[in-house]
Ligand binder design. Structure first.
Ligand SMILES: *[C@@H]1O[C@H](CO)[C@@H](O)[C@H](O)[C@H]1NC(C)=O
Ligand SMILES: *[C@@H]1O[C@H](CO)[C@@H](O)[C@H](O)[C@H]1NC(C)=O
Ligand SMILES: *[C@@H]1O[C@H](CO)[C@@H](O)[C@H](O)[C@H]1NC(C)=O
Length: 200
């Protein structure tokens, strides 16, 4: 009887051990599943720019990448693809989106309406997935641009002022010079006349 009991106990112990091992492996797999990095989660852009929504994922298998767009007007799917295959781009973004193998997408000629939240989901075959969000803000014209224009205008104004004062000084100088020359010319002619008079 005794050896049988101890054998059963040992058997139960082994089963428990195996179960724990399986759990640990599963947890390990899950944590190793997909990782996703987003270097720039906030992007400010101006109208008509081309914007790269840059992400980078890592996982073991070939994942499915999906981008969604959320704004005041609701949520819509932009694109879904597996790296190395043709991307399925939604009608709303046809000809405006380009996909990269690292999961990034590029939006061409953004408008104010493209302002919103862009959610990327990377799903691996085993079912583990990660998602990330990029906030894009598209404005008509940046304050910095106006600032730049103002600085350029001020610079041009300063250059114009300097040129105008230079011209004024030159004009004054040449006028004085001409007057002096005329004066000298007059003096010499009167001298000549006087000389001629003496000659006579
Ligand atoms: C984008 O603009 C907001 C203000 O509109 C500012 O708080 C934020 O720092 C800007 N982000 C970048 C990355 O320039
Ligand atoms: C993803 O790939 C694109 C195009 O090659 C690159 O410009 C971008 O920097 C990459 N993103 C990251 C986070 O490495
Ligand atoms: C592309 O996506 C649409 C809807 O998002 C779906 O109906 C269609 O079957 C997909 N096409 C391919 C080739 O996966």
């Amino acid at each position: 009887m005794r050896p049988l009991q101890s054998w059963r106990r040992r058997n139960r112990g082994i089963t428990l051990g195996l179960f724990a091992l399986c759990l640990a492996a599963a947890r390990c797999l899950q944590s190793q599943g997909v990782s996703l990095t987003i270097p720039q989660p906030n992007i400010n852009a101006t109208v008509a720019q081309d914007i790269l929504l840059s992400v980078e994922y890592s996982c073991h298998g070939v994942p499915t990448i999906e981008w969604k767009y959320t704004s005041y007007w609701g949520m819509q799917k932009i694109v879904e693809w597996q790296p190395g295959t043709q991307a399925n781009i939604s009608q709303s973004h046809k000809d405006r989106v380009c996909t990269y193998d690292n999961g990034s997408i590029q939006l061409f000629r953004v408008g104010v309406r493209d302002t919103g939240y862009y959610t990327v989901t990377v799903t691996e075959g085993l079912g583990s997935s990660q998602f990330g969000i990029i906030v894009l803000h598209v404005s008509e014209i940046l304050y910095e641009d106006l600032h730049f224009v103002a600085v350029v205008l001020a610079f041009l104004g300063a250059v114009a002022t300097v040129l105008i004062s230079l011209m004024w000084v030159c004009n004054k100088c040449s006028y004085k010079f001409q007057r002096k020359r005329r004066h000298k010319l007059k003096e010499s002619t009167t001298e000549e006349i006087e000389l001629q008079n003496i000659d006579c």
